[in-house]
Design a protein around this ligand. Structure first.
Ligand code: ATP
Length: 768
């Protein structure tokens, strides 16, 4: 990974050399661009001739034409005519790399929206249906509308879906050549289709091409997030008395928290206090232990304004890598109800999980995947491991001349914060616009207050006010602006120097452009790079620096046994190996997250295979007469008899309904079984058995048994049902209301890890 810290770029030439070295270092994971560059150079020669063509799209598109020099020249001309933007050579190179099925890395402000649209158009011209996977509804709509004229010029159609879209609107959007939609919406539609009993109700067409925006965030950071379809909603279990009880406990005395802040354990003293308060022996009441643990997790490990905010009487989770409210997300395992109880709120609804699908599995359904992002190289190995994708690093249109300063490292948080305020004050006095990236909402508010107290006013952009985002961002590049923001990995954050005013732009450029200050290194170097990338877009001048302290969570959690070299009197740590320690902590954090990803994937892989097989069966039943043939074979007498009285068509329709009902019902039960199995699998690990092997050993026969059960129940129903009457009234009642949500990544590591720690903690206690 190219380490930004310590890199000083002083001019365009150095930047070019830097790019070359970067390409060399990145070689193992990145795609060779030379063939694409040759095609684009050839396209340049065709430009004059193509501009004279009246109709750009050839009468019949030969799939091989897509990707040729003539095709590139046509796409360039189409963008110029439709949008008034002539794609740069690097944008065409990016398009060709995506058409080959790669993930392209292009820096902030390089025009990825246009590259994505050109690529989508290319796939569509080849005759494929494209789903442009966005990160939110706003961007899905914005990009579809913004790029609409380009598609039109090429004789193609584009549509978008959002949370509020009706089923007709969805149907119309999916009928387009290119459909833009947030990853969650695309997934929810797939899940909802899962319950259809009439082929006419299906909304999502067969997956063909997924073009993923912010590919690292969707394909890696959010890959583990399960999208859930639930039915028959019930209120969750509220635990106000547990919340009240744990509120009285003190850290260190009643409970301890592990170094990474992922687990919390009751001390023997804490166990006594809880047992006395509840009047039960915890060891004999595992259900109560779970409730206490959930309440304790909510109390001690989840912090308001860091992990979530409370707005309009509800808990809203914060997506820490985006610094925004994670719409529709919930925590798993009753943790949601525990946090609601902690905040004195009524428990929100839960429901029986009818089906679920991880983002990774959703994307892997598509035979062709490509993507784009500002930071892909750092996750090149994961993209290859989990999706078999390669990364193409596209050079910027104009070399980046941003100055990335080495980290400023301090012994204590206090020293760091003092120096940070001084730096902001000094820079601000020159008029240079400053963007301060904080690690969480609480910090952004604290900093804005401290600045205010010092007579400086800052615009604050965080998960609490993301609706005003565009306006705040529009002003962030103005002379003298101070903007304090939580992580803004989200697209659409284009900070223009001087906010579009040419005179002010010159003035701000002369002051050094936008200066980005990070108040701490993130757990992932990609997030650091994304923050830096806000400055120096399209060859603008700019600078960036991170302030780090030995008391930052990154260091205390991931390098707890190592301490920073001694600081000078001013609190600054100058020794060269300090930067190495910070980088080490970040690598450990990245390693831990990768391991969690791998572990989750290992467990979900089998479930996903089973799911795919069940869906295949379901499809055969839904679209054909497989259900009827199976029942005819299982109960020939009954089948013949019913055909005679009710007619073959009615019997076939009823058979379809019966088999689909039991298949869906049994799958839901099987999912519940797998969840319980996984929850309990830790006990095998204590018996020195490999939990994953054990999980698979049980999950496979359970799946076969489930299929037999579908057959048995279908036969039983068929034997006694009155096929001429409504089957729902005869017990085949489907959930009347379904709802969808995402399960927020377990903040405490893998389920297994957490439960194992809990059990080990309990055993340790008992041994004393
Ligand atoms: N070929 C072009 N000619 C002129 N302007 C362009 C061209 N391509 C893109 N732009 C403009 O550059 C700006 C940035 O584009 P866009 O928002 O797509 O960048 P991005 O790479 O997606 O950045 P981010 O990572 O912040 O989302 C937009 O205002 C867009 O109109």
């Amino acid at each position: 990974m190219w380490n930004q810290s310590g890199k000083r770029v002083v001019g365009a030439d150095v930047a070019r050399v830097g790019e070359w070295i970067k390409r060399f270092l990145d070689k193992p994971g990145s795609v060779d661009l030379a063939p694409f560059q040759r095609i684009v150079a050839e396209a340049g020669e065709l430009e004059g001739e193509v501009t004279r063509r009246a109709d750009l799209r050839p009468a019949a598109v030969d799939p091989d034409w897509v990707g040729s020099a003539d095709f590139c020249a046509v796409m360039r001309e189409a963008a110029r005519r439709a949008l008034g933007q002539r794609p740069y050579d690097v944008q065409l190179v990016g398009m060709l790399a995506m058409l080959e099925g790669h993930v392209v890395q292009m820096a902030t402000g390089e025009g990825k929206t246009l590259v994505g649209a050109l690529t989508a158009a290319g796939f569509a011209l080849r005759g494929a249906r494209v789903h442009a996977v966005s990160v939110n509804d706003y961007l899905a709509r914005r990009d579809a509308e913004w790029m609409g004229p380009l598609y039109e010029t090429l004789g193609l159609t584009a549509g978008w879906i959002a949370e509020t879209s009706t089923s007709e609107e969805r149907g119309a959007a999916y009928a387009c050549d290119v459909t833009y939609g947030a990853v969650s919406e695309l997934g929810f539609d797939v899940l909802r289709d899962r319950l259809c009993t009439d082929p006419a109700e299906l909304v999502v067409p067969a997956p063909e091409v997924a073009l993923v925006d912010e590919a690292d965030s969707v394909l890696v950071d959010e890959a583990r997030v399960p999208l859930v379809l639930a039915g028959t909603a019930d209120p969750g279990t509220a635990l106000p008395e547990m919340a009240a009880l744990v509120r009285r406990l003190s850290r260190g005395y009643h409970y301890t928290i592990d170094e990474e802040g992922r687990s919390v354990f009751l001390t023997p003293k804490g166990t006594d206090t809880v047992e006395k308060a509840l009047g039960v022996d915890l060891y004999e009441h595992p259900g109560v232990v779970t409730q206490v643990n959930l309440a304790l997790h909510a109390h001690a490990l989840l912090t308001r304004d860091v992990d979530y905010i409370v707005r309009d009487g509800r808990v809203h989770l914060i997506n820490t890598s985006r610094g925004r409210v994670a719409v529709l997300q919930r925590w798993p395992d009753g943790l949601q109800a525990a946090v609601e109880a902690k905040e004195h709120l009524p428990a929100s609804e839960t429901g029986e999980i009818l089906d679920s699908l991880t983002v990774q599995s959703l994307i892997r359904r598509y035979p062709q995947v490509c993507g784009m992002t500002g930071t892909a190289i750092a996750v090149a190995e994961q993209l290859r491991e989990f999706y078999d994708l390669r990364v193409a690093v596209i050079p910027p249109n104009r070399p980046c001349v941003r100055v990335d300063e080495p980290d400023r490292i301090f012994a204590t948080l206090e020293d760091k914060e003092r120096a940070l305020l001084e730096e902001i004050e000094t820079r601000h006095a020159t008029g240079q616009p400053i963007l301060v990236g904080t690690l969480d909402v609480a910090e952004s508010e604290r900093l804005a207050e401290a600045l205010e107290a010092g007579g400086l006013s800052a615009a604050v952009l965080n998960a609490k006010n993301d609706a005003e985002e565009a306006q705040i961002i529009a002003k962030a590049g103005r002379r003298g602006a101070i903007t304090v923001s939580t992580q803004m990995a989200g697209r659409g954050t284009d900070i223009r120097l001087g906010a579009g005013d040419p005179d002010e732009e010159q003035e701000v450029a002369a002051l050094g452009g936008l200066y980005v200050i990070g108040t701490g290194r993130h757990e992932s170097s990609r997030l650091d790079d994304q923050l830096r990338g806000r400055a120096g877009r399209q060859g603008d001048p700019g600078g960036s620096v991170f302030f780090v302290s030995g008391e930052d969570t990154l260091l205390t959690a991931y390098a707890p046994d190592q301490s920073l070299p001694a600081a000078g009197r001013d609190g600054v740590v100058r020794a060269a190996d300090a930067a190495g320690l910070v980088a080490h902590a970040q690598r450990v954090a990245e390693g831990v997250n990768l391991e969690i990803h791998r572990n989750t994937w290992r467990y979900t892989r089998l479930q996903e295979r089973q799911r795919a097989e069940v869906l295949e069966r379901r499809d055969r039943v839904l679209h054909g007469d497989t259900g009827a043939r199976a029942l005819e074979q299982a109960c020939p007498e009954r089948y013949r008899e019913l055909c005679e009285t009710a007619g073959e068509e009615t019997v076939e329709r009823a058979a379809r309904q019966i088999v689909l009902y039991h298949l869906d019902r049994c799958w839901t039960e099987h999912l519940g079984f797998l969840a319980d199995l996984r929850e309990g699998i830790h006990l095998r690990a204590l018996g020195r058995l490999n939990p994953l092997d054990e999980f698979n050993r049980e999950a496979v026969p359970a799946y076969r048994a489930m299929l037999d059960e579908v057959e048995r129940r279908s036969k039983e129903t068929f034997e006694k049902a009155d096929v001429t009457r409504d089957l729902a009234e005869q017990g085949l009642k489907r959930p009347t209301a379904t709802w969808t949500y995402l399960v927020q990544d377990n903040p405490f590591g893998s389920e297994w890890d957490r439960v194992l720690k809990r059990v080990a903690g309990a055993l340790k206690r008992r041994k004393r």
